[in-house]
Design a protein around this ligand. Sequence first.
Ligand code: FES
Ligand SMILES: [Fe+2]
Length: 366
Amino acid sequence: MPRTAMGARTLPGEYFTSPTVYDQETSRIFLPGWICTGRASDIPEPGDFFLHELDGESFLIIRSESGQINCFYNVCRHRGTRLQHEKCGHLKSRIQCPYHAWGYDMEGKLKSAPNMMGTPGFCTSDHSLQAIACVVWQGFILINQQRPAEDFKNDFRDILHRFDPWELDRLVSAHEIIYDVAANWKIIFQNYSECYHCSLVHPQLRPITSVETASNDFQQGHFLGGPMILAEDHESITADGKRCGQPLAQLSETDLRRVYFYTLFPSLFISPHPDYVLTHRIERVNSESTRIVCNWLFPADTLQQTNFDASSAVEFWDLTNRQDWEICELTQLGVQSRAYRPGPYSGLESMLVAFDQHYLSTMKDD
Ligand code: FES
Ligand SMILES: [Fe+2]
């Protein structure tokens, strides 16, 4: 049994139910953390934007004329009105407030403010939109409300180039499914981080890979996970065991026989396969519910092939996801009970022990 799992027990119930814990998570994890909001390929053209809701805030994420992606609080600098309310779209030139028509460029600079020019002391340069750090890494857009963009490379240094062989920044989504799950976000992370449950909850996974083949190359801290090995007669994890497209071009022979499962605390799972990369973007909604945005990413040129069909990858993981969410919802119901007590982790749950340790150490920091 891995040393980390010995004697470790699951988290007390309050961590899955308490509004106080929820608020502490906001200040200690979600405000200072890098939060994945989507893919750069979702907003390919200057003026394309989408909104991201997080802990009661709304963020406007927009590609500017220079091609850079910016993130602003969706709050007008005049009287605070929400600037955009469509979830996504395209702006021709200005971000215009619907109240008194103050107009901002895509870098957030106030460019027009009707009838304000005679106002004593008024200067447009004092009223730019409030920006937060926004970086694009491997095609993912990550934002941070408290830390500068310059910190990102250091914060992600352990994993910065881990996905280079899959050329993640070149992949685009062939399919997206959004799931609303009645379970705490940590239950979703913990469920993804072990395959102890796989033989019972996912019978369809049995012929493809098994928990005995699992290992971990990130064993503590912010990033956790590692590979499982495919059964000899399977090319990938799909409903029919065959790849949906060509194998990704830069993969080694070893990687062509493996599927990897990584968690990036606190908002992303990345699961590289030989022919595609499955991603789960995790949005904490409240103590008892989580929204999960699942994407199947393929190379753009694979998508354009006339015979391309992602359905066997989508079918397999949609079924598996639903099985997972159902068991997570049952777990949420159980940990809310007055009868729930922390239970012992098995040796197959060392990543959950590592998750809990990292979570608790982060929650201690102010
Ligand atoms: S509140 Fe935005 S222009 Fe007045
Ligand atoms: Fe599962």
